[in-house]
Design a protein around this ligand. Structure first.
Ligand SMILES: C[S@@+](CC[C@H](N)C(=O)[O-])C[C@H]1O[C@@H](n2cnc3c(N)ncnc32)[C@H](O)[C@@H]1O
Length: 227
């Protein structure tokens, strides 16, 4: 992809303006990203991100891991993320791919870690996407799915309304996702801060610890503002 310095700077200015506007409306994307990252790390092995978007989470993640494969269905959004990464110059490297989360182009168990941030509510067939996530994640891997909680959605909906747009949201409940993971032998924990809910799932192999030493509380579920 050819990109000019001007394009990188213009794109960065737009992102900063957008983030400032979000902050004025009550959503601090830096704070949310930091919260999600704190819940997600460490992310072992080969990492897939689903829903690159403008790359806010990707940029933060690439400061902590060496490589991430990131997919999005929308080339324009992903181009924006490429420009943002080009500006931020994080130490890690991203492999950008256009793909549909409902039909991931990899064989079973291809990734040790799968993450997705604020993208699930855009997916037309969430049960199908979760099926794909479960298929490509390795046993003893880690899955982190973050999305807005009730307050986060309310702020985003207001922002869209103010701008004369509709925030397209496919309704789903994190509690149902937890049940789905549990049914497949994963242990899922939910955490929530002021605007975000985060589901962290790991697969226990017998005892109280998985292979990477992550403490597992079987069936534990934090109280959260559900989405
Ligand atoms: C709000 S953005 C994600 C934000 C991003 N993770 C960040 O941290 O900046 C949601 C993204 O999900 C993408 N998306 C929606 N449906 C998808 C699908 N079926 N497969 C892959 N990406 C999808 C959209 O194109 C959009 O770029």
């Amino acid at each position: 992809m050819r990109i000019s310095r001007q394009e990188v700077f213009d794109n960065h200015s737009r992102l900063m303006e957008r983030n400032a506007f979000y902050r004025r409306c009550g959503y601090d994307s830096d704070r949310s990203t930091a919260f999600i990252l704190a819940q997600a790390l460490p992310l072992p092995g080969r990492i897939l991100e689903i829903g690159t978007g403008k790359g806010r989470f990707l940029m933060a993640l690439l400061s902590h891991v060496s490589r991430v494969t990131t997919i999005d269905i929308d080339p324009a959004e992903q181009r924006c993320a490429r420009l943002n990464v080009a500006y931020a110059k994080p130490p890690g490297r991203a492999r950008f791919m256009i793909a549909n989360a409902e039909n991931l182009p990899w064989p079973d168990h291809s990734f040790d870690s799968v993450v997705s941030v604020n993208a699930l509510h855009h997916m037309k067939n969430i049960p199908h996407v979760i099926g794909e996530v479960l298929r490509i994640a390795r046993p003893a891997g880690k899955i982190v799915l973050a999305d807005f909680n009730t307050r986060g959605f309310s702020i985003m909906n207001n922002i869209h309304r103010e701008e004369g747009r509709i925030h397209e949201c496919i309704p789903y409940r994190f509690k149902d996702l937890v049940k789905r993971f549990t049914a497949h032998g994963w242990t899922a924990v939910l955490r929530s801060d002021y605007c975000q809910a985060v589901l962290i799932a790991v697969k226990a192999s017998g005892g109280g610890k998985n292979r990477r030493g992550l403490r597992i509380l079987k069936g534990s579920l934090d109280r959260t503002n559900n989405v």
